[in-house]
Design a binder for this molecule. Structure first.
Ligand SMILES: Nc1ncnc2c1ncn2[C@@H]1O[C@H](COP(=O)(O)OP(=O)(O)O)[C@@H](O)[C@H]1O
Ligand SMILES: [Mg+2]
Length: 282
């Protein structure tokens, strides 16, 4: 089972002066239980691409296959309930979509919408609120009483509570403080490792991508430029002409050792090598 995107094109505002080709013939495959980062400059097509995965947007040409579901240009937009339970999409700034009276009700909304019984929906909501770090004493409060970071967590719990196998998140750590952002990335890793989920994350934070993702997909001008395992990707000098930063830890390594990292060196190995070097100096 996997995701297969086959030669997908998408143009916004067709036949108007604002016509814009946002996806220009994208093909790619994402395997089960992977942790994939989608990166690229603002406007490169990342959000457009991921909204095709659960048929929020339909392709003008090409097909998207997500396990047993197939999305084609001819589809009607109403018949995707099961698909959207299977693949959960967390929009950018998802915290603005909270609307219920209480936090618990907000997270129960998704499961109830998918015909889960009230008691079971409550149980799911509590489980996933706790998982994202929202404590029981907040459950009956209004989502509007929370901090921005907490609201974001509640919104993510709302998608997790539908128990999708694939979770797609558009810049989930943008605007969070560094500690909150790191905790969130750790939680995604736990979802992959302990709950067997597939994670697809749009991110601008190259250190997080380097640390957490198994694979990187780089978009530019609506085209897929690279799709590589993370270590090979960041060791490839050609990727840096597309407006992405080198992970700071990799740049630090190159400065300290005055050479490029070996092709097999991942984030954890780099940290160990740097710690060793510092200890040698002491
Ligand atoms: N609703 C829309 N109407 C017209 N153009 C759009 C719309 N949404 C996005 N675009 C354009 O499509 C391009 C890709 O956008 P997007 O997928 O949001 O990029 P990214 O998420 O990589 O920043 C951008 O140039 C953007 O301005
Ligand atoms: Mg975007």
């Amino acid at each position: 089972m996997s995701i297969n995107i086959n030669n997908v094109f998408h143009t916004y505002s067709k036949k108007t002066p604002f016509e814009y080709k946002a996806l220009d013939g994208i093909s790619l495959e994402i395997k089960d239980n992977s942790f994939v980062a989608i990166i690229g400059k603002t406007g490169s097509g990342k959000s457009t691409l991921i909204q095709h995965l659960n048929a929020i947007l339909l392709p003008d040409e090409g097909t998207i296959e997500v396990d047993e579901y197939k999305i084609t240009p001819q589809d009607t937009k109403t018949s995707y309930k099961n698909l959207r339970q299977h693949i959960g999409l967390v929009f950018q700034f998802s915290e603005y979509q909270l609307f219920e009276e209480t936090i618990l009700k907000d997270v129960m909304f998704g499961p109830l919408n998918f015909d889960v019984e009230e008691d079971k929906a409550k149980e799911l909501a509590k489980t996933y609120l706790n998982l994202v770090g929202i404590k029981d004493e907040l459950f009956e409060k209004s989502p509007f009483d929370l901090s921005g970071g907490q609201k974001r967590r509640v919104a993510i719990a709302g998608v997790l509570a539908m128990e999708p196998d694939i979770i797609v998140l558009d810049e989930p750590t943008a605007g969070l403080d560094p500690q909150g952002a790191n905790e969130m990335m750790q939680m995604f890793l736990e979802l992959k490792n302990d709950f067997n989920k597939t994670l697809i994350i749009v991110s601008h934070d190259m250190d997080f991508v380097y640390k957490y993702a198994d694979e990187v997909i780089l978009l530019s001008g609506g085209k897929k430029i690279f799709h590589q395992d993370t270590v090979s990707f960041f060791n490839n000098d050609h990727v840096y002409q597309y407006g992405i930063e080198k992970p700071q830890i990799l740049a630090l390594y190159e400065n300290v050792f005055n050479k490029k990292a070996e092709y097999f060196v991942n984030y954890d190995t780099l940290i160990n090598l740097l710690v060793e070097a510092i200890n040698n100096v002491k």
